[in-house]
Design a protein around this ligand. Structure first.
Ligand code: KG4
Ligand code: ZN
Length: 339
């Protein structure tokens, strides 16, 4: 069979990205324009600014992805684009660009779910990884335990009842005065602290052993900081960062390993921006292997938002015969595994 070359486009939040991936696993190019410095000033992503920047950058990024892969649009077999979930304005920019290319070049169009993209990042560097497997997806907007029963077939086993793990990292980082995005900054500071110095809550959802809740943890950290301030006690920020991070990692890892075992999966994968956390990667590997599970995680550049993961997910959707027409729209709250 001929190679299938997919152009992936991602613009759901604050990264404008395009990539060319062959047969879902081989990356020929992966171009990411990060808007993070633009949004740092505001302490988080400003949707209107993000949309405008995506419009400015999307064509440049696509052109660069094609030139890095030494290809033209005529060589592409299909266009895969994130159509949800995410911020509606930013999503519309990528969807609009993808539809214009598909129309002009008469190429098939495949809408991709952002989280299914994050999960598919694991296929890229792990040629042996095949469904079924369990995957923890932890990003700025999502914390899910997902069973990948087959290519394109997803079942949600656990989810967060309030904040996503990445959101908790970002909010705690802000309270510690570390700035945005908080995940990488807490990751770094936590290395200098004692993860067992402060006891923060590990919320359990009654009757839902694989679900998460991080808002109580976030409040506990804020209360701890306020309490220290009121009592005039100097805060050891590294200890707070390490203890908070440890509480998040404990629940994410224990519940994911339990889900993989209880649902009979032999493999556990990690995905999403929080999967870039060094301590989470190490702890998950140790616990998964101790439980007899094979462990997979994407390299750092494929954890946070990128278009190679969208092209990979798009390939498997394309091979299943999924095609979208020009009515494809942005769906900010798109559910996982809807088709
Ligand atoms: O997947 P992603 O790039 O965007 C979304 O789909 O949300 O994830 C971004 C999130 C942010 O909350 C960021 O703070 C977090 O991932 N993150 C991290 C690390 N790197 C990024 N969290 C913890 N440790 C990190 N090293
Ligand atoms: Zn993401």
């Amino acid at each position: 069979m001929n190679d299938v070359k997919i152009l992936g486009i991602e613009s759901s939040c604050d990264e404008t990205a395009a990539a060319i991936v062959v047969n879902g696993r081989k990356v020929l190019s992966n171009v990411i324009y990060s808007q993070v410095p633009l949004h740092t000033l505001y302490g988080g992503v400003v949707p209107e600014i993000a949309s405008r920047k995506h419009i400015e950058k999307v064509n440049q990024v696509i052109r660069k992805a094609l030139s890095d892969a030494e290809m033209t649009l005529d060589d592409v077999d299909a266009i895969a684009v994130t159509y949800g979930p995410g911020l509606v304005g930013p999503l519309l920019v990528g969807v609009g660009a993808a539809k214009a290319i598909a129309f002009a070049k008469k190429k098939p169009l495949v809408g991709v779910h952002h989280i299914e993209g994050h999960i598919s990042a694991n296929y890229i560097e792990n040629p042996d990884l095949e469904p079924p497997f369990m995957c923890l997806v932890a990003s700025g907007g999502h914390s899910h335990i997902v069973k990948v029963s087959d290519y394109g077939k997803y079942e949600i086993i656990g989810f967060t009842h309030d904040d996503a793990a990445g959101e908790a990292f970002d909010k705690v980082a802000r309270a510690l005065g570390l700035g945005y995005p908080g995940g990488p900054k807490i990751d770094k500071l936590a290395r200098e602290g004692d993860p067992h110095s402060i006891s923060f809550p590990h919320a359990v959802i009654e009757g839902s052993p694989y679900d998460f809740s991080f808002s109580g943890l976030k409040s506990a950290v804020l209360n701890y900081l306020n309490g220290c301030e009121m009592k005039g006690i100097e805060v050891n920020r590294a200890d707070v960062a390490a203890s908070f991070q440890q509480a998040v990692i404990d629940v994410l890892t224990d519940r994911s390993v339990a889900a993989a075992k209880d649902f009979g999966c032999g493999s556990l994968a990690l995905a999403g921006g929080v999967a870039a956390n060094s301590s989470l990667r190490e702890t998950m590997k140790q616990k998964a292997e101790a439980a007899g599970l094979k462990f997979y995680n994407p390299s750092l550049i494929l954890c946070t938002d990128n278009a190679a993961m969208i092209a990979s997910a798009g390939y498997y959707e394309y091979m299943r015969g999924i095609r979208d027409d020009y009515s494809l729209n942005a769906v900010p709250n798109l559910k996982i595994g809807v088709r």
